[in-house]
Design a binder for this molecule. Structure first.
Ligand code: PSU
Ligand code: MN
Length: 314
């Protein structure tokens, strides 16, 4: 594992760090919009007072934080799509790979990073009855202590089953100022969430409590896309159905399915889904940085309390 200079320094000085994934760049968006988005999202985290740790595997080494050259490489060069199951292979082979939510969460947690921003997590695919296609993100999040800020799960998935699968795995899904699971490009899925937070302080308290309780699962923070950027669910429904039918007719499956559907929707909507995707990732990065700052504030006030309560040594 290698840290960028910026991340290494932040680790030493307690500056809040936000992990960022790279599959969304290399397999989820076309070039050059992916590179612009990556740079933008990193700047948003820095402007909020945090340090971005964009994660990828380069020449068989896990890079936590990428320099400008490395970021360009991830956006431009062909990369493997690395889930958690593929990490060891990429390391052994000395390969290049972009990390999914699962692999990024795992690497970030090992690096001691507690907050991670992405677009949408993977979940249960439609037609799971015949394909058994359930994203590895779900099982990883069940056993990886990190807060994942996302705009819910992609609407190309079976969202009711995804929510059930999260519940079964003991992964809390907390709506940020919403009582509904957001549907990625759309604010609403009409699926109720029972957990809701109004502030980043509440979420930070939840992250600390989860740790104190010895619970090893992630916390999914569901942050709806802003009303200005959303594509209403009904508008997209026809195109999503068409894209899924085409994918199935073309026998697209496995790792290729999610990137294929995202790319097809980009074409079918004449770029609207990509614009919404970029907007929601930016918004998630901002919220993640604010949560990381709230966590740091809790830690410093806990230290101040401890000092006050410790009698001076004779
Ligand atoms: N969210 C996006 N775009 C993406 C993804 C998520 O906005 O490309 C990626 C993430 O890396 C996620 C992966 O982990 O899709 C899930 O892929 P699969 O369904 O094959 O598990
Ligand atoms: Mn899959």
């Amino acid at each position: 594992m290698k840290y960028s200079d910026e991340v290494a320094k932040a680790k030493g000085s307690g500056v809040p760090i936000v992990a960022l994934e790279t599959t969304i760049l290399s397999h989820g968006m076309p070039y050059p919009q992916n590179l612009e988005t990556a740079r933008d999202v990193e700047r948003i985290v820095r402007d909020a007072g945090g340090v971005p740790a964009t994660i990828a595997v380069l020449k068989g080494e896990i890079q936590v934080g990428l320099d400008a050259k490395q970021l360009e490489r991830v956006a431009f060069e062909p990369m493997l799509k690395l889930g958690r199951a593929d990490l060891a292979y990429a390391l052994a082979k000395g390969a290049d790979g972009a990390t999914t939510v699962a692999a990024t969460a795992h690497c970030a947690a090992i690096a001691g990073i507690r907050v991670f921003a992405t677009g949408g997590i993977g979940g249960v695919h439609r037609g799971v009855e015949s394909t058994m296609d359930i994203s590895g993100d779900l099982d990883t999040l069940a056993s990886t202590p990190i807060a994942v800020v996302c705009a819910g799960a992609k609407a190309i998935l079976d969202l009711p089953k995804t929510l059930e699968a999260l519940e079964t795995r003991g992964i809390p899904v907390v709506g940020f100022r919403t009582s509904e699971l957001p549907a990625f490009w759309s604010r609403s899925s009409e699926l109720p969430l029972s957990l809701r937070a109004e502030s980043t302080q509440e979420i930070a308290a939840m992250i600390d409590a989860q740790e104190t309780l010895g619970l090893r699962s992630a916390i999914v923070v569901a942050n709806p896309i802003s009303p200005d950027d959303e594509i209403p669910a009904q508008t997209l429904q026809v195109q999503i159905d068409a894209a899924i039918a085409e994918a199935s007719a073309a026998r697209i499956s496995g790792k290729a399915l999610t990137p294929w559907l995202l790319d097809r929707l980009f074409t079918l909507t004449e770029g609207r889904t990509l614009r919404a995707n970029v907007a929601l990732v930016r918004s998630n990065a901002r919220l993640a940085a604010e949560i990381a700052l709230s966590l740091r504030d809790r830690a410093s006030s806990a230290r101040a309390d401890a000092r006050r309560n410790t009698p001076p040594q004779p």
